[in-house]
Design a protein around this ligand. Structure first.
Ligand SMILES: *Cc1c(COP(=O)(O)O)cnc(C)c1O
Length: 407
């Protein structure tokens, strides 16, 4: 095998088969356009799974990365560094949180969140108060603790035994939560919008009721905002839209805009339990990652960008509805800001991944969520022209699928 010429088939030769990547191998990106090895161009509606929040190679991020890259990359948590301190200060300034812990991914931010929830209850109420309640169909990452809290059994099968003390109740089912919560509950964990689960938003009433139940039972409310976070819903975090404040919040994905970083945010009172020596990460707070995330936060956390997300949501919604009026392929179109799900109608469910491959053939990168939903999670600053061009390509893909499947 030649190492100078790598192609999609190299993946099968040298990489663990836990993914089945697309036939396309992208080599370059700029804004919301991406080019593959053959020089074919795509409009990116996938955003690296809700990650590339400012598109590809945004000048502010390239500047932050190269400037920091010429200064200092990494120390250790024996020493702190300026980018980490600045980013933490800005996150504290912009949110409910008083304290920040940096990790390298969403799963790690959640791992820290769940450990802190247990530790806080242990410190303040004793070891009996250790149960975590989460929701069916939720997704919180792929570490053993996070697949256990996650509400999709398929991610746990074969990896048991998993950590104990975790219960799942149906998302949105207040009565089930009332029945499950008790003085043994240390935390309720929820995504304000279930992302991987199919772009399923919680209602304001449900989120408020969960907060009240947590308070009544001395349980912490943990919001996993790894996917909804950092501007994607038109607010910096979705808890701001809901008007419900968690005790702990996890962020990753769009926080780094494509550079690996995760963050756990907490109030002072709760954060105190992650005391000296209780948790850690070699790379957490890495200077390069924090410098990039600081640039991302500076860009996103301004009214023009957040308002722009709401405006772009409308463009997507109108475009998708127009396509649906012509081809009748979607059952519902839902979501907030630039996290949009289009659930395909019954007759397309079996072949719904064909929409994604047809999209690639027509030059638009698409994502799925759950087993029946197309997911749109583009850059938060995707130009309006790229939205209309991408939707025009998507319409061609839809027409192709409809014709092929003879419906
Ligand atoms: C993607 C995601 C995670 C996991 O993040 P990783 O960076 O892949 O570990 C956790 N929670 C939610 C809601 C996510 O969407």
């Amino acid at each position: 095998m030649s190492t100078t010429q790598v192609t999609r088939s190299t993946f099968d030769d040298v990489m663990v088969p836990n993914y089945n990547p697309s036939a396309i191998v992208p080599v370059r990106g700029e804004g919301s356009r991406v080019w593959d090895q053959e020089g074919r161009e795509y409009v990116d509606f996938a955003g690296g799974i809700a990650v590339t929040s400012l598109g590809h190679c945004h000048p502010a991020m390239v500047k932050a990365l190269t400037e920091q890259g010429n200064k200092l990359w990494h120390l250790s948590n024996v020493m702190t560094n300026e980018p980490a301190l600045r980013l933490a200060a800005k996150l504290v300034e912009a949110t409910f949180a008083d304290k920040v812990f940096f990790a390298n991914s969403g799963g790690e931010a959640n791992e820290a969140a769940f450990k802190l929830a247990r530790k806080y209850a242990y410190d303040n109420f004793g070891p009996e108060k250790n149960e975590i309640i989460a929701f069916t169909n939720s997704f919180h990452g792929r570490t053993l603790f996070t697949v256990s809290v996650g509400g999709q059994p398929k991610y746990r099968v074969g990896f048991e035994p998993v950590p104990a003390g975790i219960n799942h109740v149906p998302y949105g089912d207040l009565e089930a939560l009332k029945a499950a919560i008790s003085d043994k509950t240390c935390a309720v964990v929820m995504e304000p919008i279930q992302g991987e689960g199919g772009i399923l938003p919680a209602t304001v009433e449900f989120a408020k009721a969960v907060r009240e139940l947590c308070d009544a039972n001395n349980a912490l409310l943990v919001f996993d905002e790894v996917q909804t976070g950092m501007g994607r819903t038109g607010a910096l975090f979705d808890y701001m839209n809901l008007g419900v404040t968690p005790d702990i919040l996890s962020s990753a994905k769009s926080l780094g805009g494509g550079f690996p970083i995760g963050a756990m945010l907490a109030t002072d009172k709760v954060a105190a339990s992650l005391n000296f020596g209780s948790h850690g990460s070699t790379y957490g707070g890495n200077a390069l990652a924090c410098a990039v995330a600081e640039a991302v936060l500076d860009e996103i956390n301004r009214p023009s960008v957040l308002e722009g997300v709401k405006h772009k949501h409308q463009l997507f919604r109108e475009g998708l509805e127009a396509i649906n009026a012509k081809y009748h392929v979607f059952k519902t179109i839902r979501g907030k800001g630039l996290l949009i799900g289009a659930e395909v109608s019954e007759k397309y469910v079996a072949d719904f991944k064909r929409f994604v491959t047809a999209g690639a053939e027509e030059g638009v990168m698409l994502l799925t969520a759950s087993t029946n939903t197309l997911r749109f999670a583009p850059s938060l600053v995707i130009p309006d022209e790229d939205i209309s061009e991408g939707l025009a390509r998507f319409e061609k893909a839809v027409a192709k699928v409809v014709e092929e499947l003879g419906k």
